[in-house]
Design a protein around this ligand. Structure first.
Ligand code: HEM
Length: 510
């Protein structure tokens, strides 16, 4: 019997041989990847060749132009220079056609292209595949199931709940301004809109505005939103494995966990409540169910079509979409009115003559404030809470001017740029509510704060009611003025935010 023992020299020799082969393999893989990226870039360059754009770096794309806080100003320069649309290179092998023309918008929104998988998928660890991220048949089924949650009969009693939440916030403001009339409003408004959606869609009792657990939810989603933007823009963060190993990836994971703890608590509480026979009967007797009850009942009835994971995704989606967008909307509307005192005063007069001291506000009142509604729309034009959305072309497209794009190209419907396009809105930077006067004539796709087509915002009526309640009750209680030392710096993140918050000077009126 012979035993062969490897001598140390032979062992070292075989290890170095293995390393040699491995490095050769790695080199081949890198070369293949580089060739693949090169070919992809050539294909993309050809695909968007009909659309001129400012020169871009072969690796960093247009990132340098967009790195400062001047991203929105940059959009405006492009809008003026390149008609209808312009390719924006994120880096050498990733481009998205930025669209800001109403006819272009109409063509894209009239199709059923899926959401742009490249960036929307980064939201999935947080909000899961709920209505916002779903596509195809499952999206259609969920949309049909949830649409009744926004029926007028359901929304009507919400006005009282909305007003209660706004009043809690205004009471807090009264106390705070007794010491200092300057206030950063957007954080208070986020908590207030979270309070509203928790009461309306999730049947929660009590106010979350004084609960520190809700503040940690708000902080967690603030973190995930910032991390989302950072991930979209970083070439190295595109790969999941690499990303989740980085400190940002781990921070993202922790923030998602915190956000999920909040939504899990909400589902658990409501389930426990529905165990009580009396509450269950009350809900069964309703003609239309609240949002969470629709989901819980669907889960009870047919376990296979809606899993626990689907249910959680919808709750996470609506918890976020249902409060963060309205918080952005209300904050910017109040800022717009603070910087335009003459319009603010006209709205106040209208609201005073309708509501008196505002002790009661009902659904019917909300259709009787035409000037305030015009100001709200004008503020949504200047500061659209959702600045842009993305699509991935599922088939070739030809725009009305004859230019076309092949399947697979990403398109960004840039509502901010559309709303600031001087060809669509003359003097776009001027706050002029008369643009929305009854009978004024504008393109059906010139004003799209809630997007359009089949994937428009399911919560738009809910949102408009909430904006009106918040604006009406605030103007009755306070006079608003801008703080000249702390002008907001708008940033187009998932929702339109201000880098340094929104600071106003408040004076109590009643
Ligand atoms: C001022 C407030 C709001 C604005 C400006 C707004 C805007 C939008 C926009 C632009 C979209 C299209 C997103 C895309 O295509 O990727 C959208 C979708 C959506 N919004 Fe809103 N939204 C607001 C309030 C709300 C509220 C209050 C809710 C829920 C209560 C809500 C729930 C949703 C959902 C679930 C979707 C996805 C719909 C689908 O794809 O079928 N939104 N919203």
């Amino acid at each position: 019997m012979s035993v062969s023992v490897l001598s140390p020299t032979r062992l070292l020799g075989s290890i170095s041989g293995l390393l040699h082969v491995a490095s050769l393999l790695l080199l081949v893989l890198l070369l293949l990847k580089a060739a693949q990226l090169y070919l992809l870039r050539q294909w993309l360059l050809k695909a968007v060749q009909e659309f001129p754009s400012p020169p871009s770096h072969w690796l960093f794309g247009h990132n340098q132009e967009f790195q400062t806080d001047q991203e929105l100003q940059q959009f405006q320069k492009w809008v003026e220079k390149f008609p209808c649309a312009c390719p924006r290179w994120l880096w050498g092998s990733r481009v998205s056609l930025m669209v800001y023309d109403p006819d272009y918008m109409k063509v894209v929104l009239g199709r059923s292209d899926p959401k742009n998988h490249g960036s929307y998928r980064f939201l999935a660890p947080w909000i899961g595949y709920g209505l916002l991220l779903l596509n195809g048949q499952t999206w259609f089924q969920h949309r049909r199931m949830l649409t009744p949650a926004f029926h007028y009969d359901i929304l009507k009693p919400y006005v009282g709940l909305m007003a209660d939440s706004v009043r809690v916030m205004l009471d807090k403001w009264e106390e705070l301004i007794s010491q200092d009339s300057h206030l950063e409003i957007s954080e208070h408004i986020s908590l207030m809109t979270l309070d509203t959606i928790m009461k309306c869609a999730f049947s929660q009792k009590g106010s979350v505005q004084t609960d520190s657990k809700s503040q940690s939810y708000i902080q967690a989603i603030r973190d995930v939103k910032t991390l989302f933007i950072s991930r979209v823009r970083n070439f190295f963060y595109q790969n999941d494995i690499i990303y989740w190993l980085t400190p940002e990836g781990r921070w993202n994971q922790r923030a998602c966990q915190l956000a999920h703890q909040h939504t899990d608590r909400v589902i658990k509480l409501r389930k426990a409540h529905l165990q009580e026979e009396e509450e269950l009967e009350k809900v069964r007797r309703k003609r239309n169910l609240d949002f969470l009850d629709i989901l819980l009942f669907a889960r009870m009835k047919n376990e296979s079509s809606l899993s626990d994971k689907d249910l959680r995704a919808e709750v996470d989606t609506f918890m976020f979409e249902g409060h963060d967008t309205t918080a952005s909307g209300i904050s910017w509307i109040l800022y717009a009115l603070a910087t335009h005192p003459e319009h603010q005063q006209r709205c106040r007069k209208e609201i005073q003559s309708l509501l008196g001291d505002g002790a009661s506000i009902t659904w019917d009142h909300l259709d009787q404030m035409p000037y305030t509604t015009m100001c709200i729309k004008e503020a949504l034009r200047l500061y659209p809470p959702v600045p842009a959305v993305g699509r991935e072309l599922s088939k070739p497209i030809t725009f009305p001017d004859g230019r076309s794009l092949p399947r697979g190209i990403h398109v960004s419907l840039n509502f901010y740029a559309l709303h600031h396009n001087p060809k669509v809105w003359p003097n776009p930077e001027v706050f002029d509510p008369s643009r929305f006067a009854p009978g004024s004539d504008s393109h059906s796709h010139a004003f799209l704060p809630f997007s359009g087509g089949s994937r428009n915002c399911i919560g738009k009526h809910f949102a408009m009611k909430e904006l009106k309640v918040a604006v009406a009750l605030t103007l009755l209680r306070f006079e608003l003025a801008a703080d000249p030392l702390q002008a907001p710096i708008p940033l187009p993140n998932i929702v339109l935010e201000s880098k340094n918050g929104i600071h106003l000077k408040l004076r109590k009126l009643l």
